[in-house]
Design a protein around this ligand. Structure first.
Ligand code: GLU
Length: 481
């Protein structure tokens, strides 16, 4: 049997990390087993249509290296792969269920349904559709259909007994049929509900394994009643545990931690996000933590899926991202950093020197503007206490002397290169029997206006250029007067 899996996102315009994880595991499972990975777009809810949202899905998946064997843009034998384009397929299946008594036409108006809902609420009961239209005779139904009355088609859930299914992660899930509502299969606009479409699509696309978020756990028994009603073979169900922010909260839009795009926008690397997401609810059974996509394909197995919720730890993701950044080839680092340099206003500086001082300490590219802001603009009101540093053996007096010596020497440098700056500054320390640190500390404070900087005095002086460096050194000297 060929394994066929699918990722079936609704085009909302965003990629939730939970969805990304479903896509990834589904893809990895198919690839690891030489199966087929299908992309299906679930756009039955036309009210929620978002322009360009399908492109976000393509772009995100392809961007991280996930490709599909069948899907809207690549075709395949089981298409179309967009639910709205399959619109005509669902009604005949629903009618088949009507013929066998497993579904029925319902003509109740919204007003009638609202009134019954209110009555149920007044009685303190949870509302459930009371099979009102199930009792219409064949002739009554036909007359209403002939008269063009709007209708929906509902599933006829048995009033007694149990609906159940076996899940690979959660085991046997059973619900009392008495607790299930006669859910709508075909809406008044002729479109299927998600609940109906996913069953018909998974069957007609010959999907063997359904992997998705556990928010569908409660509905799956109802889907299984449909499989039984059709006499179809059921897929293997694998519902993934939730991704939590902490013990009690899921990741959410509101807390801004849920979407892939948000992390990209903050300057996380897609490979690092992918690696981290892969480990949210799966482990390789050994100590490895770093995986490329091909390595994940190789290592993936359903056995490694976790049965408990995954905790999303933003610090761990940041740590992993920093590791990925450190491992970038120099030109790749600069390519990723360049948009941030542009934003910060340092893109015109020596990119190799910037990379040398920044790459070892970049955790997330979004931090760059803040890390380099002192290169663009000196905060002139800095505290002169900064010149005093025990370790470097400097205080205001020493710093004054250092700057008095350094200013004319640097002003006289014929070339403003790192090598020339290095030789001049280190040479001066040596000539005066000073520790390098004693000379370099006041210089760096005057150049940067702060104690913690990426890079040292020489690199900073070089990046600032002659005029700005001399101006800042003079200002520092003046502040110390
Ligand atoms: N369209 C559903 C979603 O985006 C997919 C559910 C499923 O995989 O069956 O959540």
């Amino acid at each position: 049997m060929t394994i066929r899996t699918r990722f079936a996102p609704s085009p909302t315009g965003y990629m939730h990390l939970g969805n990304l994880r479903s896509a990834l595991y589904t893809y990895l499972f198919a690839r690891h087993n030489g199966g087929v990975f299908v992309l299906r777009i679930e756009d039955t809810d036309q009210n929620r249509y978002v322009e360009g949202a399908t492109d976000v899905i393509y772009r995100t998946l392809r961007g991280i290296g996930i490709d599909w064997d069948e899907g809207p843009d690549v075709g395949g034998d089981y298409g179309p792969y967009v639910q709205s384009e399959r619109k005509g397929m669902y009604l005949p299946y629903a009618r088949r269920l009507v013929e066998t008594g497993k579904a029925y036409y319902c003509f109740c108006t919204n007003e009638e349904l609202d009134a019954r809902r209110e009555e149920a609420a007044a009685r303190g009961e949870t509302y459930k559709y009371g099979k009102h239209c199930l009792h219409l005779s064949k002739e009554e139904v036909q007359a209403k259909l002939d008269a063009g009355e709007p209708y929906v088609i509902r599933q006829n859930v048995p009033e007694q007994g149990e609906a159940s299914f076996d899940d690979l992660i959660y085991g046997r899930i059973a619900v009392d049929c008495a607790d299930l509502d006669d859910q709508i299969l075909i809406k008044a606009d002729g479109m299927p509900t998600y609940n109906f479409a996913n069953v018909v699509d998974d069957h007609t696309m010959a999907v063997t394994h359904v992997m998705r978020g556990n928010e569908y756990l409660a509905s799956t028994p109802k889907y299984n009643l449909l499989y039984d009603a059709f006499g179809w073979e059921k897929p293997v169900y694998i519902h993934l545990t939730s991704i939590m922010r902490d013990a009690t909260h899921k990741l959410s839009k509101r807390t801004g931690d849920a979407y892939y795009e948000d992390y990209i926008a903050k300057g996380y690397l897609k490979d690092a996000i992918l690696n981290y997401v892969a480990l949210l609810g799966w482990n390789p059974g050994d100590e490895r933590e770093f995986f490329t996509l091909p390595e994940l394909v190789e290592a993936f197995s359903l056995k490694g899926l976790s049965k408990s919720p995954a905790i999303f730890d933003p610090n761990k993701l940041t740590w992993m991202n920093a590791e990925y950044i450190r491992r970038l080839a120099p030109e790749q680092y600069t390519k990723e950093a360049l948009p941030w340099y542009e934003r910060a206003g340092v893109a015109g500086m020596d990119l190799e020197v910037l990379r040398r001082i920044l790459q070892p300490r970049t955790e997330v590219f979004g931090q760059l503007p803040e890390m380099v802001d002192f290169l663009v603009k000196l905060d002139e009101g800095y505290d002169i206490e900064l010149f005093t540093n025990k370790k470097s053996k400097t205080d205001a007096e020493v710093s004054r002397a250092v700057l008095d010596m350094v200013l004319p020497a640097l002003a006289a440098l014929p070339d403003w290169t790192e090598a020339a700056l290095h030789d001049a500054l280190i040479g001066m320390a040596e000539a005066n029997g000073m520790k390098n640190g004693t000379l370099l500390w006041p210089v760096r404070i005057a150049l940067a206006g702060r104690a913690v900087t990426p890079g040292g005095a020489i690199e900073i002086a070089y990046l600032l250029g002659r005029d700005e460096a001399l101006r800042r050194l003079a200002l520092g000297r003046q502040k110390l007067s």
